[in-house]
Design a protein. Structure first.
Length: 349
């Protein structure tokens, strides 16, 4: 029904407007008597087979919602009803910012992909923190943090540290996002020296906290093997807890959508099916080079249960979906869980 009726209607509308419409509808449904129980019954799966321990956290499943969907921690409790084992909010910046000019979100249906140049649009760390303080502590929440667009790279560590401190007490893990292609110059922060400056400040601050929480690094799919080797080395040197692979890509290789359409859209990060192979390559490389010593969360190109299985077999401990939720619909988590349980029961994972 979703693919044959609901999705075609939604795809007639502007993608960003659809996002707000769906969130509004879900928030209204959430308040209806009995609706929460019904959605939990339909979508959630609490099988012990799906339990996964990563970086000291016990995840009730292997499938999470990637950052970018709930930028301001506005509706994580509503979306948790769809069976997500964890939800990553953000990217959150110290100060509110509007992001890039609209339109900034585009569909490529033929490729089952999206292109976005949102630009870290969010209401700021204080707003997100206020929402997170009201959350159900049984749901695992990650906080994806970045710098404000107007902050020069040399002052980026201050922004990351500010967000880190503001969100620390109200999330279960934090993600350092230096790989979004929609913030001018942000990719330069993935250079080893720049990244070390940020992570040194973060780890020093974490050491002073009463409770130790995991810190992950989200990386680009466009990094060279040499750069990935540097990330692996830095991971062990700094004391990170995991890597999220990967963010969106600036490349347009292998798309079947019309060239005129691609050129008209212009710049932005590509997500969805075209990202699958590159994400798999990055996950496989990190896991093999590190001897499977680095926990990896796989994200990018997961639109089917088979895609999720590929990521896990490549070495990912957990996976996240975003574009797949838009193209496959709200049953994607349940479908992935069903396939995972079958393979876990027969020990074929």
């Amino acid at each position: 029904m979703y693919k044959t009726i609901i999705r075609p209607v939604l795809f007639l509308l502007d993608p960003e407007k659809v996002h707000h419409l769906v969130v509004f509808a879900l928030k209204c449904a959430y308040r209806l008597p009995g609706m929460r129980g019904m959605l939990k019954f339909v979508f959630q799966d609490h099988s012990p087979l799906l339990m996964t321990s990563v970086a000291g956290l016990e995840f009730p499943g292997k499938v999470g919602l990637a950052a970018g969907f709930d930028k301001n921690a506005d509706f994580f409790k509503e979306f948790s009803l769809f069976g997500f084992a964890f939800i990553e909010i953000g990217t959150v910046t110290p100060l509110p910012q509007a992001g890039n000019p609209k339109p900034r979100l585009f569909r490529l249906p033929k490729d089952k992909a999206l292109i976005n140049r949102m630009g870290f649009n969010n209401k700021g760390a204080d707003y997100a923190r206020k929402n997170l303080q009201k959350r159900d502590k049984t749901l695992i929440i990650g906080g994806n943090i970045g710098k404000n667009t107007t902050t020069p790279n040399e002052r980026a560590p201050d922004d990351y540290l500010s967000c880190f401190n503001k969100l620390y007490d109200d999330v279960d893990y934090l993600v350092i996002n230096v790989s979004c292609p929609n913030i001018a110059g942000l990719e330069k922060l993935q250079d080893q020296d720049s990244l070390r400056k940020i992570l040194d400040r973060i780890m020093e601050q974490r050491a002073a906290k009463a409770v130790r929480k995991p810190v992950f690094l989200k990386i680009s799919p466009d990094l060279s093997l040499t750069h990935l080797d540097e990330i692996i080395s830095l991971y062990h040197e700094i004391g990170l807890d995991g890597i999220i692979a990967t963010n969106t890509t600036t490349k347009r290789d292998g798309l079947i959508s019309e060239d005129s359409r691609i050129k008209k859209i212009g710049k932005g990060g590509l997500s969805g099916h075209p990202l699958r192979n590159k994400t798999l390559e990055v996950i496989s490389y990190i896991c093999k080079q590190s001897g499977n010593s680095i926990p990896v969360i796989g994200v990018g190109g997961i639109l089917t249960p088979a895609n999720a299985l590929e990521m896990i077999r490549a070495g990912a401990s957990l996976v996240q979906v975003y574009t797949g939720f838009i193209y496959d619909g709200p049953f994607i988590v349940k479908r992935i869980n069903k396939e995972l349980k079958k393979h876990l029961a027969y020990k074929t994972l």
